[in-house]
Design a protein around this ligand. Structure first.
Ligand code: GLA
Length: 389
């Protein structure tokens, strides 16, 4: 993988010239962090993500024929197919782009030619930073621009999510694609995943850094477990509907409903649903903390989220638990928790700036002792969402 993100646009241009003798349209689409509100998006709750300084860079140009030619710089791999034959590639990475092409076709968009794509990026894959959503959104944005299809930003978000659901087969919610496209520099996005209303919350504190510790446990095997969790949430809703038919998602559910209808029927489903209902409340309370700049209270809620994800929702793993335990008694760490779908990937930590260097040393050394693995550290900065370069 290339080390300097700024090199990607230049490299892509150079490769386009060499391979296709063309000058591409260039798009940047970022990965994301999520401060609080995990697994709430597909339960129609709220999330609090932000786009970051790690991104996919994608170049695109039309061809004379109907071929789709996709080049991954980082994997040093090429995949070719035909516009009229968009089917699963048999390897994962092209599917994120092919799934998006299929969404355009299903929406009635008429491609007047095939195209070439070259892309790469510095979002670590399988780290819970949404490299796949960033790839989907970069492809959607680029195709929309190149062919002048005129879809809105929200359409592109939905197409990215639908590609992941229908083509890749992960039943993800809308958070990652939304954050990638709608990110704003130095702001969090408070997204209501039911109405899709959103507000930007300033996050421009000088005293706090967002530090990510990558467990280096890849979460690639997690998609079936992710889909299972989603199915359990839906099962909980069905059980509640026996008494409250108007409840459409866990967003509408109360703890009392869970105790009356879900717990007696299925303890495990209850644990999952209990986490979600409390996580939605936690996020709302966390947003009140942010209004008062009370990062101490906000951080405590992040630790609570981690405990819930680990014990109730059961999407953490030993390594992620170690990373949280290693920082939890440090007064300069305001909050820490696993982030994203789970089963690996990163923890997100709110850390007082002056303490960051010592903390990194402490965590790196002890994580190695505990797991034999090297953690990779990312200081996340909050940046703008998908755009042309
Ligand atoms: C993954 C999914 C998101 C969301 C998170 C968990 O990142 O893609 O839709 O469900 O997990 O919050």
């Amino acid at each position: 993988m290339m080390s300097q993100q700024s090199n990607y646009p230049d490299t892509i241009k150079k490769q386009f010239k060499e391979l296709f003798n063309q000058q591409p349209l260039l798009v940047r689409s970022p990965g994301r962090v999520n401060l609080i509100g995990e697994h709430t998006d597909y339960n129609m709750g709220f999330v609090l993500p932000a786009a970051i300084n790690k991104a996919i860079y994608l170049g695109i140009h039309k061809r004379e024929d109907e071929t789709i030619c996709l080049v991954s710089l980082d994997l040093d791999d090429t995949y070719r197919t035909d516009l009229q034959n968009i089917t699963s590639s048999g390897k994962l990475w092209p599917d994120y782009i092919l799934g998006v092409i299929q969404q355009f076709q299903m929406a009635g968009a008429k491609f007047d030619s095939g195209f070439n794509v070259i892309f790469g990026g510095d979002i670590p894959t399988g780290a819970g930073l949404s490299s796949s959503a960033a790839l989907e959104c970069s492809a959607g944005f680029a195709i929309n621009e190149l062919y002048g299809f005129g879809f809105e930003k929200l359409d592109l978000v939905k197409m990215g999510q639908a590609a992941e659901n229908q083509f890749v087969g992960v039943n993800c919610g809308i958070m990652d694609q939304f954050a990638s496209v709608f990110g704003r520099e130095k702001h969090l996005i408070r997204l209501d995943c039911r109405s899709l209303d959103y507000t930007y919350i300033p996050f421009n504190t000088e005293e706090i850094e967002i530090v990510l510790f990558d467990s280096k446990v890849k979460h690639s095997l997690a998609s079936s477990a992710y889909n299972d969790r989603r199915a359990q949430c839906e099962k909980g809703v069905k059980l509640i509907q026996a008494g409250f038919p108007e409840v459409k998602s866990l967003r509408d559910a109360t703890e009392e409903m869970l105790l009356n209808f879900v717990k007696p029927a299925d303890e495990e489903t209850y644990k999952r649903c209990h986490f979600i209902v409390s996580e939605i409340d936690r996020l709302l309370a966390g947003c009140e903390d942010l209004k008062k700049d009370d990062f101490v209270s906000f951080g405590k809620r992040m630790f609570e989220t981690h405990a819930g994800l680990s014990d109730l929702y059961e999407v953490s793993c030993l390594e992620l638990d170690h990373l949280v335990n290693l920082v939890k008694d440090n007064p300069d760490v305001l909050g820490s928790r696993m982030m994203g779908g789970g089963f690996g990937g990163c923890t997100i930590n709110l850390v007082k700036k002056h303490a960051v260097t010592d903390l990194i040393k402490h965590v790196s050394e002890n994580y190695k002792k505990l797991t034999g693995k090297d953690t990779e550290v990312i200081i996340a900065q909050i940046k703008a969402g998908t755009s042309l370069i």
